[in-house]
Design a binder for this molecule. Structure first.
Ligand code: GDP
Length: 296
């Protein structure tokens, strides 16, 4: 995860370590390398430029790198703080309050929605001691219902499904009713995706959202798709104004561009990351820990 970025950033601090005399030129070289590292990680140039401008301001401001005993270390700290800020600063939790709480899961087909729905059910059951109902609202792919049924069995959650019903709004409403009557704490609604953003999918997901007024709408996106992930995140946000982002397949993402740019571009926090196919490969997203990890 983020291997290339970590390596390149390490290289960027080279001119500020060792026996080098620290000058504005070394600092400028270092900043340029940091910018290149971000662009190579698939971060949009404008974001990378703004990032290094902020780092420069700090590095030559009150915490002056030129006067520091260990300029390299100070620069690493400044970059780490700015990376934390770029990824949202504070960790933002999921809101599942309600009787029942309702979580709507949206995203493209193949992004990892169904897998994440299972993981979230396990997380809420184990960490929050909640009684969880999973709901299958992908009315186009019978295999999606089967997949969610298998996952529900694996994580010990119940599932609500109506394989004959082709109306996702109706299924979701009935699932919430069922949950209310049977004292479930939370309902997770897994929806249909398509291979790319299209009007029919957007209309369907916004109809479901309007009908069920979820406490939390999470947008799931494959981090390995880089800039595309950020563009898709933007398109969904414009239509359904979701509350948070789930980045999946971070285990295979060696660049990290989506993790670094999505908060800046869309203004919504990353709430969870998914790092594998197993049901416990889910983590709450902490920007500071991620920044620390990137810088090794
Ligand atoms: P959906 O169409 O959005 O519901 O996507 P799925 O949940 O069916 O996931 C698509 C594929 O990605 C499946 O083969 C999953 O096992 C895989 N997958 C999901 N999340 C992750 C992840 O975090 N890491 C890896 N490596 N694979 C994942």
């Amino acid at each position: 995860m983020f291997d290339n970025l970590s390596d390149r950033l390490e290289g960027a601090f080279k001119s500020l370590t060792g026996d080098n005399k620290i000058t504005e030129i070394n600092v400028a070289t270092s900043l340029k390398e940091i910018r290149r590292a971000l662009v190579a990680a698939d971060v949009n140039y404008k974001i990378a430029k703004e990032f290094t401008d902020k780092v420069k301001e700090k590095a030559l401001g009150t915490e002056n790198v030129l006067k520091a005993v260990k300029p390299g270390q100070l620069m690493v700290k400044i970059v780490q703080d700015e990376l934390t800020d770029l990824m949202g600063g504070q960790s933002v939790g999921i809101n599942v309050k309600g009787e029942p709480g309702v979580v709507l899961i949206a995203g493209l087909q193949g992004s990892g929605k169904t897998t994440f729905s299972g993981k979230l059910a396990k997380y809420l059951k184990e960490k929050r001691k909640m009684k969880v109902l999973l709901t299958a609202c992908d009315v186009y792919r019978p295999a999606a219902i089967d997949q969610l049924t298998v996952l529900a069995g694996q994580v010990g959650a119940e599932i609500y499904k109506e394989p004959e019903n082709k109306n996702p709004v109706e299924i979701a409403l009935k699932a919430i009713d069922f949950a209310r009557q049977n004292k479930f704490d939370v309902v997770i609604v897994d929806t249909a995706g398509r291979l790319s953003v299209d009007e029919k999918m957007m209309q369907e997901i916004s109809d479901v959202r309007e009908a069920i007024s979820p406490n939390e709408t999470l947008f799931v996106v494959d981090s390995m798709t880089g800039q595309d992930a950020v563009n898709t995140a933007k398109a969904f946000n414009e239509r359904i104004n979701y509350d948070g982002v789930v980045l999946t397949k971070l285990d295979g993402d060696t660049r990290g561009g989506a993790a670094l740019s999505v908060k800046y571009t869309v203004g919504k926090p990353i709430k969870f990351v998914s790092t594998g196919e197993k049901m416990d490969a889910i983590d709450v997203f902490y920007p500071d820990r991620m920044a620390q990890r990137i810088l090794g």
